[in-house]
Unconditional design. Structure first.
Length: 330
């Protein structure tokens, strides 16, 4: 077995729990591949795993997104070959490493026009934007000109969603925590931007939409934005809670949904959509198409050595990042 480097935690907690250690990586079994990473994606869900918000069996690796070269292919894997450029957003966690053996189901070929850093910076975030804008839709769907509200729009998922929404003809109202981040969202296709630190975002949404509200809210912030998000929805609107960067949403009284206009609520996850090879490939194909066409650009703004993973997580938790970030194994 080859010796590789991987980030491991022995118990949940702060950034000091992460250590770079030597691990043994063997040959792939049936349905598996071994991939050598050229870049590993950074996502806020990694903080949830490290801190214990989303518990993992311990000791555990971290990271759910990466890109690199296929080194070995197990029995039954037909869609990948040795030497292929590949990328993934996948469970089990463990992408923070130089190389790993993993299930092949969610690993796809990375198109030649895209770099490894783009691949590692786009798979989890881009596939999340895909299932939100293309699969998690309000009653009657979305049509050109419809208003949607997207929180944390200057983050990795948000900047992709701003661009993709513009390509779909949607009017995306972005929220962010500074004037600079609002400007970034506008530069990437948002129709309007609201600084939630200095403005009442539900009131501004009502103003922008002529008092109607939006058809759907896409919210990864959680506790801090929950009530305001409900107040920003039009009757029969859809509240999509797909993260909780500010804390877990408290229990919801169902009567609140009726009082605010017969609202719908969902708490989706990416991995429900990636449950089959066919679905994974279809979603990835659509993502790759909008990126290769130039309609969506992947902003990889933060680069860290694998050994600097603690510093990377400190930046994530401080919300000092824009766009995507990657760890570089070499």
């Amino acid at each position: 077995m080859a010796t590789e480097l991987a980030v491991r935690i022995q118990q949940p907690g702060g950034v000091e729990q992460m250590d770079l250690v030597e691990v043994q990586v063997g040959e792939p079994g049936p349905g598996e591949v071994r991939i050598r990473h050229r870049a590993c994606g950074l996502n806020f869900i990694d903080v949830y795993h490290r801190s214990g918000v989303y518990p993992l069996p311990l000791p555990a690796g971290l990271g759910m997104e990466g890109a690199g070269i296929i080194e070995a292919v197990g029995e039954g894997v037909t869609h990948l070959s040795v030497g292929d450029r590949a990328a993934y957003a996948s469970q089990p966690v463990g992408a923070y490493c130089t190389a790993r053996v993993m299930p092949a189901q969610c690993v796809v070929r990375l198109p030649e026009p895209l770099s490894f850093e783009q691949g590692a910076g786009m798979m989890l975030k881009g596939l999340t934007a895909q299932y939100l804008l293309r699969r998690t839709l309000p009653q009657g769907g979305l049509a050109q000109g419809d208003f949607v509200l997207f929180h944390a729009a200057a983050g990795g998922v948000g900047l992709i969603a701003c661009q993709w929404a513009r390509a779909l003809g949607l009017q995306l109202i972005a929220t962010a925590g500074s004037a600079e981040k609002c400007e970034l969202a506008l530069d990437n296709g948002a129709s309007h931007a609201i600084n939630y630190r200095s403005e009442n975002f539900p009131a501004r949404v009502r103003e922008i939409t002529g008092g109607r509200g939006v058809k759907v809210v896409y919210d990864s912030v959680g506790a801090d934005t929950w009530e305001g998000s409900l107040d920003a929805l039009a009757p029969f609107g859809l509240m999509v809670s797909f993260g909780n960067a500010s804390g877990v949403v408290p229990p919801v009284a169902l009567g609140t949904l009726s009082a605010k206009g017969s609202l719908y609520v969902t708490r989706p996850t990416l991995f429900s959509h990636l449950a089959s090879r066919a679905s994974t490939q279809a979603m990835a194909d659509e993502l790759f198409a909008v990126v290769v066409s130039g309609q969506v650009k992947i902003h990889v703004e933060q680069h860290y050595a694998l050994a600097d993973v603690r510093r990377a997580h400190q930046a994530l938790e401080a919300r000092n990042t824009v766009g995507s970030g990657v760890l570089l194994p070499d």
